[in-house]
Design a protein around this ligand. Structure first.
Ligand code: AMP
Ligand code: GLY
Length: 424
């Protein structure tokens, strides 16, 4: 089988690694891929948003199966373009990817179908939003309706911050059209956990749980980032929480989407907060998480192609999804300065230490080859070092040990990934 993977981040590197293990796959292409993915796949220089050339490439190269990784192309209908050309594809159509692309849509869906989430109001008028935050309960959370690279959420601890936040999103349009509409949501507290679920539109199979670390600095300080590290499983995702979510969140959401004529096939990422009133949905994403994927897929026992094909074919009820009884930790190595200004183009040393290893990995997020053919840094997040262990403590120790094997100028990482496991 010939597979095309659309994307070029750490998530796509982990997906490519899992696809490369499949006995059913002879050849992998990635568009555009990166320097890490290039070890496992042939990288082709086509943008993830270039539907026309992606489909043309797939047809000319007899691609049997396409996997679309990131949110932007899914929201723009890249999966639809492949499906409409008769190519089997993993990833939701645009009309289902809206569950991530519009926060107002997902909040209205949860309200209509009684899926637990924070109380909210939607505004498409800045003055009305201002009036609302003048009297609402504080703290309060403002969310740009559209996609904003995971940065369109403002947690406002004071009324002044909330007023300034409305101005930033709706008047100054800090996130462009994503802020034409905003969701204003009740502030909740609790531990966060991510559960990525495979779905074929009818059946939904949750994967093992994971926890992300979104802030740039140790002890959850600094700006929000795309994710500085993850661990899996989350010890806080207990059997009780799992049962609650199976009864009240996962299947209900997939059934709700189908009832709305928006059959969801692909990965439904459920971002949950474990509040004193029980688990509540913070957000849905229509794709694998980054860097959740880097700790979840290395623990999966199934052939990923069997599972993804079952999602596309509507036969997921035949799959027995299994994970190893171990743990994984991913520590993101970033460029100092991320998520603001940073330099790139520095040579990454030590990658050879990861060749052929099956208990620790370097999943590239932002890397490329320079003119001399050396692998250099090419992004804020450079690579995620994932390690496996028999439990979270061992996995964490292994991951930090493995981070020492890599060096590049401006290397920055958090030193407290997985600290929460000390508090369980
Ligand atoms: P989202 O993209 O909607 O998941 O929001 C990004 C982050 O903002 C979440 O991971 C939470 O840490 C935080 N957050 C979002 N909504 C709320 C809320 N209602 N209460 C407290 N924190 C929130
Ligand atoms: N790690 C969070 C996300 O992928 O959205």
């Amino acid at each position: 089988m010939k597979v095309l993977i659309v994307g070029g981040g750490g998530r796509e590197h982990a997906i490519t690694w899992a696809v490369a293990k499949s006995k059913r796959v002879d050849k992998i292409y990635a568009a555009p891929g990166n320097a890490g993915i290039a070890e496992l796949a042939e990288c082709v220089d086509i943008s993830v948003m270039d539907k026309e050339n992606l489909v043309k490439f797939a047809k000319e190269n007899d691609i049997d199966f396409v996997i679309v990784g990131p949110d932007d192309p899914l929201a723009a209908g890249v999966a639809d373009a492949f499906l409409d050309a008769g190519i089997k594809t993993f990833g939701p159509r645009k009309n289902a990817a809206i569950i991530e692309a519009s926060k107002a849509f997902s909040k209205d869906l949860m309200k209509k179908y009684d899926i637990p989430s924070a109380a909210y109001e939607v505004f498409d008028n800045a003055e009305e939003a201002m009036e609302y935050v003048k009297t609402c309960k504080i703290p309060v959370v403002l969310k740009a309706d559209g996609l904003a690279l995971g940065k369109g959420v403002l947690i406002c601890m004071t009324r002044e911050e909330a007023l300034a936040g409305v101005e930033e999103l709706m008047v100054d349009k800090k996130f462009g059209a994503a802020g034409n509409k905003i969701v204003i949501e009740e502030f909740m507290t609790g531990r966060e956990v991510s559960v990525l679920c495979f779905s074929d539109g009818k059946t939904i199979l949750p994967m093992t749980s994971a926890q992300d670390h979104k802030r740039a600095g140790d002890n959850d300080t600094g700006l929000n980032t795309g994710g500085m590290g993850t661990f899996s499983p989350s010890p806080f995702y207990t059997k009780e929480v799992d049962e609650f979510c199976k009864a009240n969140v996962y299947q209900k959401t997939i059934d709700a989407m189908r009832a709305e004529g928006r059959e969801f096939k692909g990965v439904l990422f459920c971002g949950l907060m474990l509040t004193a009133d029980g688990p509540k949905v913070l957000e849905f994403n229509a794709r694998f998480g980054d860097p959740e994927t880097q700790v979840v897929l290395p623990r999966m026992k199934n052939d990923i192609i069997d599972v993804m094909e079952a999602c596309a074919d509507g036969t997921l009820d035949k799959i027995n999804l299994l994970f190893e009884d171990n743990a994984a930790v991913c520590v993101m190595l970033a460029s100092d300065g991320y998520p603001l200004e940073y330099k790139k183009g520095f040579v990454i040393k030590g990658l050879e230490n990861f060749k052929g290893k099956d208990d620790y990995f370097a999943f590239h997020s932002g890397s490329k080859f320079n003119e001399e053919g050396q692998v250099v840094t090419n992004g804020g997040r450079v690579l995620g070092v994932t390690a496996i262990g028999k439990d979270l403590f061992e996995a964490r120790a292994n991951a930090y040990k493995a981070t020492e094997l890599i060096d590049f100028e401006n290397k920055y990482m958090r030193h407290d990934i997985g600290k929460a496991i000390d508090e369980q």
